[in-house]
Every structure is written in structure tokens, then in C-alpha cells.
Ligand binder design. Structure first.
Ligand code: ZN
Length: 134
């Protein structure tokens, strides 16, 4: 359903100036009321799009920030893997030392304490190094 006065209605919506005859026609014509609604929506959307467009410098800054964050996440991945490996190694050493402590030889127990201290120092310093990199 079209109306020959639709172009006049679109012009009136854009300019905000309604001729008296057009206003009377608009009140009774279904096609023109739909046209006015769509034209008003399109006009509002165009104005919103214009005001919502951010400045180029802001977009550039945001993209730089995002690139830096993504690079930091990529750089942290091997550190996280190393942390977990050290934690697993420390746990294995602990289990191994506990098994060794439970054996009857005192010389082996002394060696186990030394090995445990050495392993603990190594794991601790590796963890400190990994955490200090964050
Ligand atoms: Zn009409």
C-alpha cells in the first residue's frame, strides 16, 4: 500500500515542518503514518550512529591496550606451565622423601633430608622467580 504523498511526509519528518493539509492527510492515511514512523526511526538511527562514533585516537589506544594485554597473556603461558611443573616436581620429591624416611637405614634418611632441602630450595627459588616475572 503506497500513497502519492509519502515523499512529502518524509520531507516533513526530516525538516519538522508539517503543512496543514499534509497533517490532516497524515492523520487519516495508514501508509503515510507507517512512512513517518520508519523515516523517524531511520533519522534517529543516523543521528545516534553519528554521535556514537568514537574518535580515531581512542580506537587506536584501545587496540594498543588490547594488543598489550594479549601479548602479556601469551607471555605468561610458559611461566604458568613452569610453575605447575615445579609444583608437581616438589610434590613428587615430597612423596619420594616420605618413602625414604620410612626406610630403616639412617644414612639413607640423612641423604633424604639433604635431598629434600635441596629440592625444596630449588622449587622455592623457581617459584619465586616465576612469581616475580608477573
Ligand atoms: Zn498518505
Amino acid at each position: 500500500m503506497t500513497c502519492p504523498r509519502e515523499q512529502e511526509v518524509i520531507h516533513a519528518v526530516r525538516s519538522g515542518q508539517w503543512a496543514e493539509g499534509l497533517r490532516a492527510h497524515f492523520a487519516e492515511c495508514e501508509a503515510c503514518s507507517e512512512t513517518a514512523m520508519v523515516a523517524g526511526f531511520m533519522l534517529q538511527a543516523a543521528e545516534t550512529a553519528e554521535t556514537a562514533a568514537p574518535e580515531a585516537g581512542f580506537v587506536w589506544w584501545k587496540s594498543q591496550l588490547r594488543a598489550r594485554r594479549e601479548a602479556a597473556v601469551r607471555a605468561e603461558k610458559p611461566i604458568i606451565v613452569a610453575e605447575r611443573a615445579v609444583a608437581v616436581a616438589a610434590l613428587l620429591v615430597g612423596v619420594w622423601a616420605a618413602a625414604w624416611f620410612s626406610s630403616e637405614s639412617p644414612a639413607l634418611a640423612v641423604a633424604a633430608v639433604g635431598g629434600l632441602i635441596l629440592a625444596g630450595l630449588t622449587a622455592g627459588s623457581a617459584l619465586l622467580y616465576a612469581w616475580s616475572r608477573k
